[in-house]
Write a new protein. Structure first.
Lengths: 218, 220, 218, 220
């Protein structure tokens, strides 16, 4: 299974029917494809949509309707349009059941760095800082290691932070990790991955329960 | 998705004694008279209420005050409730007065996840003297800081709703509704017209997203 | 001429076409009756109306539409409905061209007391504190003296205040007074009233210009 | 009532060099491309702009940045404008980054007469480090205080308008528009559809009261 699909599939199991969620760019946008039957969620877009419905079919693009990724979109029956103040009221006010975002680094305290690489191209934080501060549950969807093989799960983030002590769950191609007051708890491993593999590829300390089951991806 | 529809009795049974409740309404408009009557019938006690006014003896939350069910009230005006000042004097009810713009902005701050509000309104008045607002100097200006307001419940009236819980108000029924609906753990809406199928409401016209609304009561 | 009409007539001359104004209860509500031809203003109601149109005709009351005085109302073509946050955003944010309110006391510094008499019945400030803080121009419409003959225009207010240094203009049945940094300036006297009459009935010090014309009420 | 209608040329002639301008838009949506093009044509200089993003080389306010007309930009994201970071490095433009929710709330605070905002967003991040927000402790909680934003002008696009200046947006054209329209001395709206007679718009559906709008431009 494709690494990105694996991560998206595992996270899709966290969603309950009727939840209001915001999905970041990249892996998170794949999640709706893998929701179990009977589970549908309301997708929030920072620019003021509750219930957007994916990319508009060719020829049906409406000129005044885009999502936060600049793609022409449509709205699900029962969705609504809100202005930016309410959009961020919903986000910051704890009305968002869950946000799923990518990471550059995440650490033992649940600190997250995901908006800029030092010396990298300046882009700005957009809505990410509000999302991680306000959402009821912050799930990080990321490959376990960066392209040069280094762990993205660190004792302490070194890149500029997006938020302090904000992350609840980290799902990677190797592991499902929960952030707790005592530290990072390894709750599940990916199929074919051992606890030792995860420990070897993780810079952060991991709390290892006696029994670490394999992820359920169905 | 399970239905949000409850009878007014079931809806009010969710409210425990001692609950805090945001009640929409400017006078009786926007206020869900059916839900208020049921709170009275079920004799919910020790309530903390947030409403722009204090109702009247036989109107709105005034009925709850006259019945002795209210422990604390935050409002901006109580001129039609002659019993209230007496209860305050007797120490039977705690009253906090907020300028109307401060009142609604504090509720919005609670619902929008903000740390409170900063307003020039009320500087040098009873609002500052009583400590309801605290003078701070920020950005080179004196302001009153007020904490955000959140409550356990919000009850309000809406003209239209769909099964998602999306709400549309008519005319001055709207008033405090959009702000209050963001600032409570449980939002209960009493709907004037038959609840509509999902997709029937124009997305641009919805005034409270249904995801913020927990319970719908069909107004009779 | 009725005293209340006199005050309302004089204040009506302050209004320009298209202004957005909020009128308190009592004398201020009479003002629209005396607007010169070609001048119409947008009336704001705190509960969220811009452009309300007086009391609804008998039989045309709409159950979801009242003004801030609890009267069933209607809306002028081009008016709109706003929620309470925007209503007070308009008020506090300086978008209101003018508010006209009654007074219990007003003083040399432009301080205003108009919401509670000490020992009197508790009513609450409603929207008055926001109105006087936020409106571009605050005009006080009041009889010059209280019923027991005492001046309402004082050196220093003694009743609980509505706002500090907020009043711009005071219009009474005797005088049109402007609040300036230097104090209260007597700009006009009512028909048949002398400067000496005004001074005699005013506790506050008045600055008297060389020429104090009579009010124009037409 | 005199007409608020102006040609786009006349409207932009009102804007002096050195002006501060709120520009609605999430990417190009909600942004009045006709007004932006005219600002470019009239070469308004030393502008301070407030927009969610920084546009692109040939899109939106990006054109003004590429033309060297912008002195300062406050935005939340600038990922599609590769020139901007270079101009910042060279000291040719001042850039302030605000979290998107902070950005819009500051503008609303400016327009609503509030003394600034208090938000938990950005605590312990670059927002605090750079001094864009200031840590304060109020109500027992650490927050970032940000000053309100007001500007000389606001420019935006609206789908419908009437001759009063009442505005209605369609779908995500709305975004920052309702907040921005409250926070400028002069509000200029470029209207997509023919301006409608007074009374044609349903009062409950109006999103910006016409009394806040100063100039209407008929979009071609």
């Amino acid at each position: 299974m494709d690494v990105r699909e694996l991560i998206a599939r595992r996270i899709s199991r966290e969603f309950k029917d009727g939840m209001l969620v915001n999905l970041g760019v990249g892996i998170p946008t794949l999640i709706p494809n893998f929701l179990p039957p009977g589970v549908s969620v309301w997708l929030e877009s920072e620019n003021g949509i509750i219930g957007f419905n994916g990319i508009a079919p060719k020829g049906e693009e409406y000129p005044f309707f885009i999502d936060a990724s600049k793609a022409f979109t449509t709205i699900r029956p029962g969705g609504c349009i809100i202005d930016s103040t309410l959009s961020f009221g919903v986000i910051r006010g704890g009305h968002l059941d869950c946000t799923v975002l990518g990471a550059l680094q995440v650490d033992e305290e649940g600190n997250l760095a995901n908006w800029i690489v030092p010396g990298g191209r300046l882009a700005g934080m957009g809505g990410a800082m509000d999302l991680v501060t306000g959402a009821k549950k912050v799930i990080i969807a990321t490959e376990h290691c960066s392209k040069d093989g280094k762990s993205k799960i660190l004792k302490k983030c070194t890149f500029p932070l997006t938020g302090i002590k904000v992350v609840d769950i980290i799902v990677t191609d190797m592991a499902y990790i929960e952030v707790t007051d005592k530290g990072l708890v390894l709750k599940e491993v990916a199929p074919g991955v051992s606890v030792q593999d995860v420990v070897a590829k993780t810079e952060a300390s991991l709390i290892i329960p006696p029994n670490v089951p394999e992820m359920n991806l169905n | 998705m399970s239905s949000k529809l409850k009878s007014v009795r079931e809806a009010v049974e969710m409210i425990p004694d001692g609950a805090s409740i945001l009640i929409n309404g400017f006078y009786q408009q926007g206020a869900p008279e059916d839900i208020i009557n049921e709170i009275l019938a079920q004799k919910k006690k020790d309530l903390t209420l947030y409403n722009n006014d204090a109702g009247e003896e036989f109107v709105g939350l005034g009925k709850l005050i006259y019945a002795g069910l209210v422990k604390k009230l935050v409002c901006s005006w109580c001129g039609l409730n002659p019993l209230l000042p007496k209860l305050v004097e007797q120490g039977k009810i705690e009253l906090e007065l907020n300028p109307q713009g401060t009142f609604v902005e504090r509720i919005r701050a609670g619902g929008y996840g903000l740390g409170g509000i900063l307003t020039p309104t009320g500087l040098g008045t009873i609002v500052e003297e009583k400590g309801w607002g605290k003078r701070v100097n920020l950005g080179g200006k004196d302001m009153l800081y007020h904490e955000p307001i959140r409550a356990d419940f919000c009850i309000l009236e809406a003209y239209e709703a769909d099964w998602v819980g999306n709400l549309i108000f008519r005319r001055t029924q709207r008033c405090f509704g959009p702000a209050m609906a963001t600032a409570a753990d449980v939002v209960i809406a009493s709907v004037n017209t038959p609840i509509q199928p999902i997709g029937a409401l124009e997305p641009d016209h919805i005034m409270v997203p249904g995801q913020l609304v927990d319970v719908l009561v069909q107004r009779r």
